[in-house]
Write a protein that binds this ligand. Structure first.
Ligand code: URA
Length: 268
């Protein structure tokens, strides 16, 4: 009888379009609330993100929960290659369980430009490389327009596993991967950092504004383990540009600004 009821619930969920779980654990809505006299659990102090140190409100908590393991693992890495291995071993980010691949990077870890996107999509998950689907093909054309290719940049993402159904990664998942992303920036130390889309820009700049406000300006990114700040800029995500081609004009301005900054740095 019980099985029949459960099967009926599942069939109803499926008919309503619920095809994936959105929480880490089931929520018992009938459970009694915790007693007021219970002592609060100690919460590990979150280490500040780059943005927290500049006074901007952090969007994601760095170093809380599973992310504290990521902090330890990331900070133990002395080279970019060590970091790639540590990410592949990290089990603290739930989308890893449903993804086919761990998608860490493409391009050249010694390149002067580092791009950070959002999360792998279906094609990236299949091939184990970032930005190889339709958005990635547009990104390649955007880079080519300013004389760059994958040998001249390093490309990574804000999280390393495809979220189920291509949903937006949650702040918790982004926080779990953030120590690795910050360590990657510190190990690569590019001349220019490019945040591709609002998720990467908001996370690494620690700012609440959307991409429309964040793009079009240069920032001084001062993250963990960096002796000097890095010039950073935010770009519209190419997936957004595929849907809104009229915005390519603004993206072109940002690309030209990146080219000019690289040319100026070369002659510094
Ligand atoms: N979108 C991203 O942000 N990253 C990828 O790797 C692919 C699509």
């Amino acid at each position: 009888m019980q099985r029949t009821v459960e099967a009926a619930w599942l069939a109803w969920y499926a008919a309503m379009g619920v095809d994936e779980p959105i929480g880490e654990a089931p929520v018992d809505r009938f459970a009694a609330p915790p007693a007021k006299t219970m002592a609060p659990e100690p919460i590990e102090a979150a280490q500040p993100t780059a943005a927290a140190r500049t006074g901007a409100p952090p969007i994601v908590a760095r170093g809380a929960g599973a992310a504290s393991d990521a902090v330890t693992a990331a900070e133990a890495c002395a080279t970019f290659e060590d970091l790639v291995a540590a990410i592949k071993e990290f089990e603290g980010c739930p989308p890893r369980r449903t993804a086919t691949s761990t998608v860490v990077h493409d391009g050249n870890p010694r390149a002067p430009v580092m791009l950070i996107g959002e999360a792998p999509g279906a094609e990236e998950d299949r091939r184990g490389l970032p930005f190889v689907g339709p958005a990635g093909q547009l990104l390649d054309r955007m880079l080519a327009a300013i004389g760059l290719d994958r040998a001249g940049v390093l490309i990574t993402n804000s999280i390393f596993w495809r979220p189920p159904g291509n949903r937006t990664p949650t702040p918790e998942e982004i926080g779990q991967c953030l120590p690795f992303v910050e360590r990657a920036i510190a190990l690569v130390r590019p001349r220019v950092l490019v945040f591709v889309g609002g998720i990467a820009a908001k996370t690494l700049l620690g700012r609440p504004e959307g991409i429309t406000r964040l793009r079009g300006h240069w920032y001084r990114y001062q993250g963990h383990g960096l002796e000097a700040p890095i010039d950073a800029i935010a770009l519209f995500h190419p997936a957004y540009l595929l849907r809104q081609p009229a915005q390519k004009r603004e993206a072109w301005r940002d690309l030209l600004a990146i080219r000019a900054r690289l040319d100026a740095n070369v002659s510094d």
